[in-house]
Design a protein around this ligand. Structure first.
Ligand code: NOJ
Ligand code: CA
Length: 692
């Protein structure tokens, strides 16, 4: 087995020996090396090394069109350009207040060789922590409209890496992660073990989604993903287990085509993020750097924020979304109670789900016109609540569940956003539960990718912030559309309440290494009542986390939009712990991952924007752990007061999850902390600079 692997490696490297041309680009610090080679038949291959170790061995580049019917796999190189970029830019909000974009670029201008004369350029950017590349089709006489049958891009890996994967699926990303060798990937079996996912379309046992996280035997952390997914379908990867090579598989449309493009056109960036330290993966800005700058000239209306919501009480059976049940949660009195609570603790927003007519038959009937997004239920006095919220200094967050009827939503969109403006709302949570009707498009196909972008643009034109649930996975577009604060696009906290598998303690130690590499997630942390049979006695589901870990998630799961997901009455029981959620910021000057291992643990510190205060979050999986850290990120010579929210000695997610301890102590940059995290536990620390 080993011998065969070595032989394959030798043969693949031999390809380069017989190559007609080879171009080599090293990253600014020389840690990453890209080699692009062309064989005598005109085919193009790329390979990537990190600190002299192979990461991607020669892998094919190319595309296949169905109309015109051309395979672009052999090329004539007409020009080669290179440049170096070193700039710093400031995001509207984020984990750090400034971002360095430093790379070397190689641009190959090509003509397809078999007679089509189609022009294409491939641009490679080589960063110190990885590589991004994309195909571009300039405007040209021989190519105007064209249809893509697939992309032929491959990622050939060096061995049977440990992999954190979810099934390749055209519609859902709400899976638990599987951890296995590449050779053990079985997407079909994994998906049949997930009965609680509303709509699934897994197409191949060897297919996985990105961001895909891997760890090689020689200690490299490798993530494959894409950046700037615009006017194109999402990329799944199908593994050839004989040689550990992934081939791109784009999400099709209802007719089986992959993408309809018109020149000038370009694909998203294909990204390979690499480090020998897991912590560097979490601190990478490569995906953001590959996205275009913000299109919003005056972003002053965009505000990172925390919110509460008439939400979890429906998920755990206290109330319902629909009116007919007699337990309608979004009634004027109840919403008023949430507004009071938000105002008392300084939250900006109150999400109200189930406010609008249609929830009686919203799911499973696949009717087109269930919701109109402008008609409240009779017991929801929107005029009164708008005025009341305003008086209390709080804003109601709009909810637009489309139930997959996206053409219907497109018809109502403008009216719905105007309705929000008229009622003083400037943030919307959208949702795409179920099959996309009427045509049967997929959640991750080009048509829906364009829809999500249209929503981001239209909401921006009404000065509305966006939180999308059930959309395609994130690819850094929040740089271009900073009003798109967050997406769900993964298994969020709501799955703590879902039937068979729920949410494992390790899930939150994997998400930052996978889904979050593309952008912020509306995970909805902050559950304090961890047995979920509070209102329905037969409910067996529970949150597999300690209460202290729920606090730590506000740091380890970065988002400029953070929910305090539990019910006001549950927070009232633990107001001392709730204080951390009240205090924790959502926008930062600086962030540093102190330690981390996907599937095991993560510790991150962040500095509050414009302040001298730091916040630390540490989480562990199902195993308890001793956190040993020195606070050397603090300013030397200054004293700070630390508020430590940790698991008590007896805490355990299974037997004693709500047991925590809060300590206050003076610390400096020399302080060494030694804190125990329970099974499924965590720790959150607020560190405030004291006056001199
Ligand atoms: C799924 C969303 O993720 C959840 O937050 C929402 O409550 C339901 N859909 C209903 O829209
Ligand atoms: Ca969801």
């Amino acid at each position: 087995m080993k011998f065969i692997a070595v032989l394959t490696l030798l043969l693949l490297n031999a390809c380069f020996l017989f190559a007609q041309k080879t171009f080599t680009v090293s990253s600014p610090s020389s840690s990453v090396l890209l080699q692009v080679s062309q064989k005598v038949d005109g085919s193009l291959y790329y390979a990537v090394k990190f600190k002299r170790k192979n990461v991607i061995i020669p892998s094919m580049l190319g595309l296949k069109f169905s109309n015109p019917a051309v395979t672009l796999s052999a090329f004539q190189i007409t020009s080669v350009d290179s440049l170096t970029k070193n700039e710093t830019w400031k995001p509207v909000w984020g984990e750090t207040s400034s971002i360095r974009n430093h790379y070397k670029e190689l641009k190959l201008t090509l003509i397809e060789k078999s007679g089509s004369d189609i022009q294409v350029t491939i641009t490679f950017r080589v960063f110190n922590d990885g590589v991004g590349f994309r195909y571009e089709f300039p405007q040209q006489p021989n190519l105007n409209h064209f249809i893509l049958a697939d992309e032929l891009t491959q990622f050939a890996l060096t061995g049977d890496h440990k992999t954190f994967w979810i099934p390749g699926d055209y519609d859902s990303n709400e899976y638990l992660y599987n951890t296995s060798r590449l050779s053990e990937i079985d997407a079909l079996t994994a998906s049949t073990q997930e009965p609680d996912i509303a709509v699934k379309s897994v197409f191949d046992a060897n297919a996985v989604q990105t961001p895909l996280m891997m760890k090689s035997a020689d200690g490299l952390y490798i993530s494959l993903h894409e950046a700037a997914l615009i006017n194109y379908p999402a990329m799944n990867l199908v593994l050839d287990k004989k040689n550990f090579t992934f081939t791109t598989h784009l999400v099709p449309d209802a007719a089986g085509n992959k993408a309809y493009l018109q020149t000038p056109a370009r694909t998203p960036w294909r990204t390979i993020l690499i480090s020998d330290k897991a912590t560097d993966i979490l601190d990478s800005k490569m995906i953001l750097n590959l996205n275009d700058p913000s299109v919003i000239d005056d972003p002053s209306w965009i505000k990172p924020q925390k919110f509460i919501g008439v939400w979890w009480e429906m998920h755990i059976g206290k109330g319902t979304w629909d009116l007919a049940s007699g337990k309608h949660a979004a009634n004027t009195e109840n919403v008023k109670r949430y507004i009071d609570f938000a105002s008392r603790f300084g939250f900006d927003g109150v999400l109200v789900e189930g406010w609008n007519v249609g929830w009686e038959d919203w799911f499973g009937n696949w009717k087109e016109n269930v919701f109109d997004f402008i008609t409240p239920y009779s017991d929801y006095d929107i005029q009164y609540l708008t005025a009341y919220a305003k008086q209390k200094g709080v804003r109601i967050i709009m909810h637009h569940e489309t139930s997959g009827s996206v053409t219907n939503y497109e018809r109502w969109m403008e009216k719905a956003y105007q309705y929000m403006v008229d009622h003083d709302m400037n943030a919307v949570k959208t949702g795409y539960v179920g099959k996309i009707i009427p045509r049967g498009e997929h959640h991750d196909g080009q048509w829906m990718v364009n829809h999500y972008q249209r929503v981001a643009e239209k909401t921006a034109s009404y000065k509305i912030m966006l939180d999308a649930h059930e959309p395609v996975r994130s690819t850094g577009l929040h740089r271009t559309y900073p009003n798109w604060l967050a997406s769900e696009a993964a298994r969020g906290s709501e799955f703590n309440n879902a039937g068979k598998l729920g949410m494992t303690p390790e899930h939150t130690t994997i998400l930052p290494f996978t889904r979050l590499l593309g952008g912020p997630m509306d995970f909805t942390p902050g559950l304090f009542h961890l047995q979920l049979n509070q209102f329905e006695k037969n409910r067996t589901q529970r949150v597999r986390s300690t209460l202290a870990k729920q606090l730590a998630l506000y740091i380890t799961m970065y988002s400029p939009l953070q929910m305090a997901a539990d019910l006001p009455e549950n927070y009232e029981k633990y107001l001392d712990a709730f204080q951390f959620i009240v205090d924790v910021p959502v926008d930062w000057d600086d962030s540093r991952t102190l330690e981390g291992e996907p599937g095991d643990f993560i510790t991150i510190v962040r500095k509050a924007k414009g302040k001298d205060d730091w916040y630390l979050g540490a989480i562990t999986d199902e195993n308890s752990r001793s956190l040993k850290i020195t606070l050397d990120f603090l300013e030397t010579g200054r004293k700070y007061e630390a508020f430590i929210y940790r698991d008590s000695e007896k805490a355990d997610w299974e037997t004693n999850p709500e047991s925590y301890t809060i300590e206050k102590r003076v610390v400096t940059s020399k302080t060494k902390l030694n804190i125990w995290l329970a099974n499924g536990g965590g720790c959150a620390i607020r560190i405030i600079m004291l006056p001199k």
